[in-house]
Design a protein around this ligand. Structure first.
Ligand code: NI
Ligand code: MN
Length: 227
């Protein structure tokens, strides 16, 4: 499995069977300039955690360009359909669906959700993806919440994407607690440094995890990680 960081909370994951893009936000991201070319991003599926612009700014563009199937909440599916994109799959909390690359479970997140145009985007969510060789959790934007403890009752995670930027989501110290809740010691950081409110001290964040015997991977934009 090849994971490429496209900045903020946007990742491309090549499962070996399909290319999944999470939360497309590339062109407005100053930090991704010169490092990621949206026209070279391939996608078979686009998974969207919620409607906020820093997760959907390039959703319509990328979906139309690639023809990828868009996965997200029922409300997000309706909104995407209205933008002229028919290839969508709606989900809601607790539900799973088998795709050609594996199973996707839609799970809750503790966050708000609306589109840039002010329209309703349902509730913010997250994804648990199970492929033939890996199982991971993409938490989206979220604060710490107890229901995360339900995840390891049904899934044995290999790694998880957690937001660590504070202000709009949990910070690194709360993400350490989240990693306990989900029983996963291999965490990939997201939602940090993109704009002023979420600038982080990377060394401090890494230490918070190290102190608990866990590993925090802080990805570099445009670079890939093999799992
Ligand atoms: Ni958000
Ligand atoms: Mn966000």
């Amino acid at each position: 499995m090849k994971i490429t960081y496209l900045g903020h909370s946007c990742f491309q994951i090549d499962t070996g069977k399909a290319k999944l893009v999470f939360d497309p936000f590339i062109r407005p991201n100053e930090l991704a300039k010169g490092k990621v070319d949206i026209d070279k991003v391939e996608a078979d599926y686009i998974l969207v955690s919620h409607g906020h612009e820093d997760h959907t700014a390039d959703l319509v563009y990328l979906a139309k360009k690639t023809g990828a199937k868009v996965l997200g909440s029922w409300e997000l599916h309706n909104w995407v359909n209205k933008q002229g994109i028919e290839n969508t799959h709606p989900l809601n909390f607790g539900g799973s669906w088998e795709f050609d690359f594996g199973k996707v479970t839609y799970f809750q997140a503790l966050h708000s959700s609306s589109f840039g145009d002010g329209s309703y985007a349902g509730s913010a969510g997250s994804f648990i993806v199970t492929t033939y060789d890996h199982c991971f959790y993409f938490a989206g934007d979220t604060g710490l919440f107890q229901d995360m403890k339900l995840i390891p009752m049904f899934h044995e995670l290999d790694f998880a994407f957690l937001p660590i930027g504070d202000n709009f989501t949990m910070d690194a110290e709360q993400a350490v607690i989240a990693s306990d809740f989900i029983r996963c010691d291999e965490i990939i950081a997201m939602h940090f440094d993109t704009f002023g409110f979420i600038k982080i001290d990377k060394e401090k964040a890494t230490k918070s995890f190290e102190n608990m015997g866990k590993n925090l991977i802080i990805p570099e934009i445009g670079k890939s990680i093999e799992k």
